[in-house]
Design a binder for this molecule. Structure first.
Ligand SMILES: C[S@@+](CC[C@H](N)C(=O)[O-])C[C@H]1O[C@@H](n2cnc3c(N)ncnc32)[C@H](O)[C@@H]1O
Length: 206
């Protein structure tokens, strides 16, 4: 069963206190390098969905972007605000649900979404909202983990999913590629980056 918006909010409000600590090893080992590479070319009006504790904030080129970030969890957003103070660049923060983005159609050149689709309640709904606010020639950049096509890995993911969902509020067995296609978006880059096809870097357009 999928968690409700309220359950997700509550989980991440609680998780915000120790999120960076829990993720520290994998962040150091892998995620930080992936984030740096993903974000180096973003420019113009950028929207980050589910900013969390603001782990991407160190990797944007603030001279080239006008950055807005949103999250459904006040706890996570407050952590991100603390991080942003270190960079001394203007970032617009909004407490918002990505199922109903508080922005006009065709507003952003880039949308950034890292490790968020695993925790939202309805992937297709959120992807359609991203499509709506993305400019015609805009790009959505993803780092996500998802259900593998490899049967053994998929079996392990299904087996462990109740644990990650209960403890941290995220799923490890989502059919993310299928749902991106269902939302009407086009995948222009699909790169496996770790654990066969579990961790992926994706570039998506309208
Ligand atoms: C696993 S964390 C990832 C945080 C960050 N993007 C990162 O790379 O570390 C998922 C984040 O998505 C947020 N989130 C979940 N559902 C959301 C929704 N419907 N709208 C906005 N944010 C949401 C959570 O509050 C949480 O901060």
């Amino acid at each position: 069963m999928t968690l409700s918006q309220n359950q997700i909010k509550k989980k991440y409000n609680r998780f915000s206190l120790f999120y960076d600590l829990v993720e520290w090893p994998i962040e150091k080992l892998l995620f930080s390098k992936w984030r740096k590479k993903l974000l180096k070319n973003s420019k113009g009006k950028v929207l980050e969905i589910g900013v969390g504790t603001g782990k991407n904030l160190s990797y944007y080129n603030y001279h080239k972007i006008d950055l807005t970030v949103i999250d459904i969890s006040k706890g996570m957003l407050n952590r991100a605000k603390e991080k942003a103070k270190k960079h001394d660049f203007p970032v617009k923060f909004k407490l918002a649900n990505s199922e109903k983005l508080p922005f006009e159609d065709n507003s952003f050149d880039y949308i950034v979404c890292t490790f968020v689709l695993c925790s939202v309640s309805d992937q297709v709904k959120i992807l359609k909202e991203m499509k709506r606010v993305l400019k015609k020639k805009g790009k959505i950049l993803f780092l996500e983990h998802m259900l593998s096509r490899n049967k053994f890995i998929a079996f392990l993911e299904h087996l462990h999913n109740p644990i990650t969902k209960f403890l941290f509020g995220f799923n490890i067995n989502r059919k993310t590629i299928e749902n991106i296609k269902k939302s009407g978006l086009k995948i222009v880059k699909d790169k496996n980056i770790a654990v066969k096809d579990v961790f992926k870097e994706l570039e998506v357009t309208k």
